[in-house]
Design a protein. Structure first.
Length: 273
């Protein structure tokens, strides 16, 4: 082979090795229509994710609150096809606030995250109307409290989770599966524990779909009743130590073996139960 031709082949080969890798196309998404009134069904599509990848999808309203695509967990999980593309739709409720919304899409494997902005035409979001009361507003440990709250921040009839937060920030008495009424009202009756810590307590209700949070505060006054521990049963053995074969005199009530059964001893005679 001529030297010139050999040099050209070597240059082509080395150049091929130095060629940069083709860039991986970034994920992207679109929505149709890009702007429409509340109640419209929006159609979303994405591309550039992993093959047959699970996508976690949620919405963010103009106030930055997270909203789900549907009540079912599976409704918020979309799977791409072998080419990394996916599409879905969302029927927007008629009572959602107007303004700039966005869909957030995150790949479970690639961790790629994109946002798809769109606009809902209508009344701009305002601060929700809130009213609530606790009866009685102050009570001692063991008091039964009635809590009623209403807010336009809840979707009518949506499911909520609720719990109580003590003065130290600990959460107790979580309740799930409750729903607000069509007016966004929640109602709960709660008996404070006898050992409830005095101070300001908070009852918190959170909407499952809207993620809206309503807090109601009340006071527990007075000293918590300490838990009572019964005295240990009388036990005795004489002598307390001795060589093998010694007679031991034992007295006790509700003596337990390690395997869980028990017996009562009377003057070194035992009665098994």
């Amino acid at each position: 082979m001529k030297p010139t031709l050999l040099l050209i082949c070597l240059l082509l080969l080395s150049g091929g090795l130095l060629l940069p890798a083709l860039p991986v196309s970034a994920a992207s998404g679109s929505v149709e229509p890009a702007s429409a009134p509340a109640g419209t069904e929006f159609f979303f599509s994405v591309r550039g994710f992993g093959s047959s990848e699970m996508l976690n999808v949620w919405l963010e309203d103009p106030d930055g609150r997270t909203r789900q695509l549907g009540e079912d967990v599976d409704a918020n999980r979309i799977f791409t096809n072998p080419d990394g593309d996916a599409s879905w739709s969302w029927a927007s409720p008629t009572n959602i606030p107007g303004g700039n919304w966005q869909a957030v899409v995150r790949g479970a494997d690639t961790r790629e995250t994109i946002t798809i902005p769109f606009r809902v035409e209508g009344v701009e979001s305002t601060a929700p109307l809130v009213s609530w009361f606790v009866d009685p507003p102050i009570g001692e440990p063991g008091t039964t409290f009635t809590l009623v709250g209403r807010s336009t921040g809840f979707a009518p009839g949506e499911q909520v989770g609720s719990w109580f937060i003590n003065p130290n920030g600990d959460i107790i008495d979580v309740q799930e599966g409750q729903s607000v009424d069509p007016n966004g009202q929640i109602f709960r009756i709660w008996a404070a524990p006898l050992d409830a810590e005095p101070g300001t307590w908070t009852f918190r209700a959170r909407g499952i779909a809207t993620q809206y949070v309503l807090d109601m505060t009340f006071e527990i006054a007075g000293e918590a009743e300490p838990g009572t521990v019964p005295p240990p049963p009388p036990l005795s053995v004489e002598p307390q130590s001795g060589p093998p074969g010694i007679h031991l005199h034992l007295y006790g009530r509700w003596l337990c073996r390690t395997r869980g059964d028990w017996y009562v001893v009377y003057s070194a005679r035992r009665s098994e139960h």
